[in-house]
Design a protein around this ligand. Structure first.
Ligand code: BG6
Length: 300
């Protein structure tokens, strides 16, 4: 996209969305949102399996906490691009965004008997930051509320999992998925990785940092409306057992998932819930002391 086109789209956000739609894998549609600096996000779909990587949306059920398929059906569905999304409420002319919509099909209502509208706004900020805002509305006409759990199942690419630390979750309580979701309290300074991890941290701060020592890069997650944070790395044995996961890929990934799991969300008809996640990166050279991870967490 040329910079002129990017600018004119940005200043008239209600006109044609600044998205490119291409043929993706298996001829399926892929949506690319690109900003003036060349940052881009894309999504594609390879039914009937969910796509591993990126940021799958877990809705209306996280993991196997209910009768639906693992992580709910939203990540396995076709979403549509809203051709005329509502504008941003405030001055945000330099942001590129696309609204994706999901409404239940007849098949979906057989397994989850509710009517909803899910609007996912994907926004690229001027510095390449990625914001995801989910708005879920109960559109039931039978007067019934519904309850759901939710997660942004974000896969982060890291140089070497054994060199990574997560800051912001230390001393918190968590449910250990590897031990029947028993509740424990995290000990120690920061989270580091030397074996399989699958934990749901509870009542977490709005900011979490993932420090990649080797790449000298820190990912910062800011979140709103999502009190929990799931941390997952399958490690070697589970990686081998997963058909869509390379045997050694666990060394170069980490999922840190902004989530609402412990206290499910209930919406009455007409009510809307909002859950927001913002991802940014800051260059860091933690090993040389140039960046104090606590400042990343405490800074604005
Ligand atoms: C995590 C869960 O969120 O996702 C793990 O805590 C699960 O228990 C992992 O294994 C991957 O799930 P899936 O369905 O994408 O293989």
């Amino acid at each position: 996209m040329s910079s002129a086109a990017a600018t004119s789209v940005a200043t008239v956000p209600n006109e044609k969305s600044p998205v490119e739609i291409h043929k993706g894998i298996n001829g399926l549609e892929k949506v690319i949102l690109r900003d003036i600096r060349g940052s881009s996000v894309e999504s594609n779909f390879k039914p009937p399996k969910p796509i591993r990587g990126g940021i799958p949306i877990c809705f209306p059920q996280f993991s196997n906490l209910g009768s639906l398929e693992a992580h709910g059906f939203a990540r396995n569905r076709f979403w549509i691009v809203d051709p005329s999304p509502p504008p941003f409420p405030t001055h945000s002319s330099n942001k590129k965004y696309v609204d994706l919509l999901l409404k239940p099909s007849e098949e979906d209502t057989k397994i989850w008997p509710h009517s909803f509208e899910f609007r996912l706004r994907v926004t690229l900020g001027p510095a390449g930051d990625l914001m995801l805002t989910s708005r879920i509305r109960n559109t039931n006409t039978d007067g019934k509320p519904f309850t759901f759990t939710f997660a942004y199942h974000t896969y982060f690419s890291v140089s070497d999992i054994s060199e990574v630390r997560v800051e912001g979750l230390e001393t918190l309580d968590y449910l250990d998925n590897l031990q029947n979701r028993q509740r424990f309290t995290e000990q120690g300074d920061a989270i580091t990785f030397e074996s399989e991890v699958d934990k749901i941290y509870l009542s977490t701060p709005t900011k979490i940092a993932i420090l990649d020592h080797e790449k000298k890069r820190t990912f910062v997650i800011r979140k709103d409306g999502l009190p929990d944070a799931v941390v997952w790395n399958p490690w070697d044995k589970k990686a081998k057992a997963m058909a869509d996961f390379g045997d050694d890929e666990y060394k170069h990934m980490l999922c840190v998932e902004a989530a609402a799991v412990e206290k499910p969300i209930t919406l009455k008809p007409g009510e809307e819930w909002r859950g927001r996640q913002e991802l940014s990166t800051v260059p860091s050279s933690y090993c040389s002391g140039q960046l104090d991870p606590r400042r990343v967490l405490q800074g604005s």
